[in-house]
Design a protein around this ligand. Structure first.
Ligand code: SF4
Ligand code: SF4
Length: 163
């Protein structure tokens, strides 16, 4: 969505396709309900795209000094990574959202290794399919220290947001 000098979005359209659940010009965008400006391969009004969220948002793959390797581009790895979405007891916590139903094993393994070696928490989601179609609901999974997992499980049971 936003332009960075080193990595380009195209041909990725994960943001515009609704995997992150955003609101564009007052209209909800979610899995199965792409942005009304999305052509499937880009934006039909890119010059006039809204500041929030389109111009402001940048995923973890496109951010400056991204630790994600080239192959983790969301259109290729089928995951959008958002670094430092929250903290738990001083530990940075990253969030990963699938481009599709689930994060593929290769990408999930990479993210779990990264969380482990860098001492970070990882929250990742799985899209819930209802009647053969993507819904706007997700199941959440937690990776990290046991106490972190327990606390996040309690928050989920209590219906509290994880980040
Ligand atoms: S997910 Fe990242 S690479 Fe893909 S369109 Fe959005 S900002 Fe660009
Ligand atoms: S307005 Fe354009 S850049 Fe923004 S979400 Fe829609 S298609 Fe993507």
């Amino acid at each position: 969505m936003n332009k960075q000098k080193s990595r380009e979005c195209q041909p990725c359209t994960a943001c515009c396709d609704g995997w992150l659940q955003i609101v564009v010009e007052g209209k909800p965008v979610y899995p199965g309900k792409p942005c009304h400006h999305s052509t499937g391969s880009g934006c039909n009004d890119y010059a006039n795209r809204p500041v929030d969220p389109c111009q402001q948002f940048i995923c973890g793959w496109r951010m400056d000094d991204s630790p994600l390797p080239d192959w983790m581009k969301p259109s290729n790895a089928k995951v959008v990574v958002l670094f430092n979405q929250t903290q738990w007891r001083g530990m940075p916590v990253d969030v990963a959202v699938p481009v599709g139903r689930r994060i593929p094993p290769r990408a999930l393994n990479w993210l779990q290794q990264f969380a482990q070696t860098r001492q970070r928490g990882l929250l990742y989601s799985e899209q819930i399919v209802e009647n053969g179609q993507f819904s706007n609901r997700q199941a959440a999974h937690v990776y990290g220290p046991p106490e972190f997992q327990q606390e996040m499980a309690q928050r989920m049971q209590s219906g509290l947001p994880l980040w």
